[in-house]
Design a binder for this molecule. Sequence first.
Ligand code: ATP
Ligand code: MG
Ligand code: MG
Ligand code: MG
Length: 440
Amino acid sequence: MRLSRFFLPVLRETPAEAQIVSHRLMLRAGMIKQNAAGIYSWLPLGFKVLRKIENIVHEEQARAGHIAMLMPTVQSADLWRESGRYDAYGDELLRIRDRHDRDMLYGPTNEEMITDIFRSHVGSYKDLPLTLYHIQWKFRDEMRPRFGVMRGREFFMKDGYNFDLSKEDALHAYNRHLVTYLRTYERMGLQAIPMRADSGPIGGDDTHEFLVLAETGESEVFYDSAVTDLTFGDREIDYDSVAQCAGVLEEFTSKYARTDETHDQTVFEQQVPQERRRTARGIEVGQIFYFGTKYSDAMGATVQGPDGKPTPVHMGSHGIGVSRLVGAIIEASHDDKGIIWPEGVTPFHCGIVNLKQGDAEADAACESLYAGLTALGLDPLYDDRDERAGGKFATMDLIGLPWRITVGPRGLKNGVVELTSRRTGESEEVPPEEAVKKIA
Ligand code: ATP
Ligand code: MG
Ligand code: MG
Ligand code: MG
């Protein structure tokens, strides 16, 4: 992409309404525009990051054999009356009436709808196990929408639902989701720690939240500092292996890590040596639940079991805050100049800064770099505007691409360009071909 043809409405001033750094940087970098309280347009740069995150989620769900689909945002209230949540959900539920006076709602989550789809089409235990998911916009009429996309009213969420014949099978699905989530967040350059949590209005037995540690997080968390040493890495996992998935759950959840909802100071002090006790803030970027037959009982979602008798299915639901993650990643990765994108989610792989636009040699070198990077399947952003170097550097630092190639007549005389890492700030002078190689 050439910057002269892109839409990047960078702000010079720091927006006064933004209280936390990710919100400020998203506004300044021209990633989002607020349209109403907690409702945002995703401008091109923000949209690119959102898509990258969404793709990682899809890839990791596919790896585990979970099946993608798409349900609508607007739902009929009738289904929610069946589960009892039409009234129970409270003011966060945006209730809508259509022209025929029918009660509708903008979905805050999809347990009812997926259970309805399931009961309409699945009749036998032979069709299990089944995990369906979608990534779709949600609406919750939050009391205090704030922090930009971190607590929006409209937000983008992955929500998945497993259907199993027995509790053991459903717990395997739970563990399997935990594994997929660990990999998902790490690919985004994040450490998200699974913590025991309260199940809230979804209701049920087992639940873990995934938290990214950050001073601006809304949750208070208590943990054994040893949990921050755990990394999932590039392990080969057989997602059908009950023992392997349970092993990962054990490894990542046996040490003390809880949110304030389930925190127990006595247990904390018994289990964790004083020098490893930590109290901090965290951002909830996902949650997994096992809730048994809560919805299948209420809505009559049964299958014929091996004994021929109708059996209610065991279910769980699993959510990732896709749009919140954009903010969470920035909270975890920035400096005073701007965003520092992890490679896995960066909107462009690198920036090319032409120090002397209009200079035949510099222009040609930039074009050749641009073509070379593009030919390798990379997505460079070429700042081809006729602007001063200082302004170009400031924009690149603000939008946080992992690499910057700076091209100017002086370097070209010696056959070199400057390659700068956004994270370390280190620069080296290398021939253009070598810069391309290093980035690829
Ligand atoms: P919170 O405690 O932050 O209100 P939640 O527990 O109500 O979140 P879940 O029902 O667990 O949310 O939804 C799954 C994920 O969706 C959350 O882990 C979070 O990352 C994301 N999410 C929830 N509410 C919002 C929101 N208002 N704006 C952006 N993302 C959200
Ligand atoms: Mg909530
Ligand atoms: Mg929560
Ligand atoms: Mg939650």
